[in-house]
Design a binder for this molecule. Structure first.
Ligand code: 5Z5
Length: 278
């Protein structure tokens, strides 16, 4: 592709994480506002670079109104940096929204939470539909990886990139943040599967209601114990039994009892709510 860095103007830096830096940019030819993620692959092994390439290619394949749109990529060999150009999500990330509402002690509206529930489920449906045999598991669904566009529609971001960068050997593995959203099967060192994404989605939706994760502890060991037990308080009473029922189903500690994406979308409660929204 003929895209170069000169085709864009950097407006501001949005965030910096273990993955690299996210910047708000403007495309000069038409003024369109986008973002790019700058990833320095200088310290990556050949394997990690291959993984990064395949993750970016997967991102290109995923087409859903509820997944951040991939536009292009630029490779600057002189700076060993890859720039991944994606859509701008004006509403920001759910982690910021949750912490702001928590600070102001303001609960989020139930309708807003249902909209996120339904759109996140549809985003995962796109991921789990096997792409040429490969299911793209998100692996790192958490409030900081769920974004909103200017109409407050969900944009699921940060796919396998997180996995590539948390690849044990890369520097990015300097462990940041507590794994509140780790599923029981992962705590028990079993394999990650589609149902693990359902569990994480349940944690995100629970946190949107309660403004804190379902399982909180001051140590990893204590957190693992709580996750294994699977006991959590009901979401605040201002929220309906229907919402509590659906979120509780997603947080079933037994993988087999946890609904799949298809089962969630076919659940009468979800069907009923979607009918009211469309
Ligand atoms: C407080 N959060 C923000 O201000 C914010 C805004 C306005 N946008 C973002 C993030 C993204 C954004 O705007 N587009 C994105 C595409 C992919 C990924 Cl992984 C992230 C983004 C963030 C974190």
């Amino acid at each position: 592709n003929g895209t170069t860095l000169d085709d864009f103007e950097v407006i501001s830096t949005i965030g910096t994480g273990s993955y690299g830096t996210c910047k708000k940019i403007k495309r000069k030819k038409d003024g369109k506002v986008l973002v790019w993620k700058e990833l320095d692959y200088g310290a990556m092994s050949e394997t990690e670079k291959q993984m990064l390439v395949s993750e970016v290619n997967l991102l290109r394949e995923l087409k859903s109104p509820y997944i951040v749109k991939y536009y292009d990529r630029i490779i600057d060999r002189a700076r060993t940096t890859i720039y991944i150009i994606m859509e701008y999500c004006k509403g920001g990330d759910l982690a910021t929204i949750i912490s702001r509402n928590k600070k102001d002690s303001v609960y989020l509206d139930e309708d807003f939470i249902w909209k996120i529930l339904i759109q996140l489920t549809q985003a995962l449906q796109e991921c789990h539909q096997r792409k040429n045999g490969r299911a793209v598991l998100h692996r790192d669904m958490k409030p900081a990886n769920v974004f909103l566009d200017m109409d407050k529609n969900v944009k699921l971001g940060d796919f396998g990139l997180a996995r590539v960068l948390h690849h044990e050997t890369s520097f990015a593995n300097t462990y940041v943040g507590t794994p509140y959203y780790m599923s029981p099967e992962l705590v028990n060192n079993m394999s990650y599967n589609e149902k693990s994404d359902i569990w994480s989605m349940g944690c995100v939706l629970y946190e949107l209601c309660a403004l804190h994760p379902p399982f909180v502890a001051s140590s990893q060991t204590e957190l693992n114990r709580k996750i294994r037990l699977g006991d959590f308080d009901r979401i605040p009473k201002r929220y309906s039994e229907d919402l509590n029922t659906i979120i509780s189903k997603m947080l079933h500690i037994e993988v087999t009892k946890r609904p799949s994406i298809e089962e969630l979308l076919a659940d009468p409660i979800v069907v009923g709510r979607r009918a009211k929204m469309d």
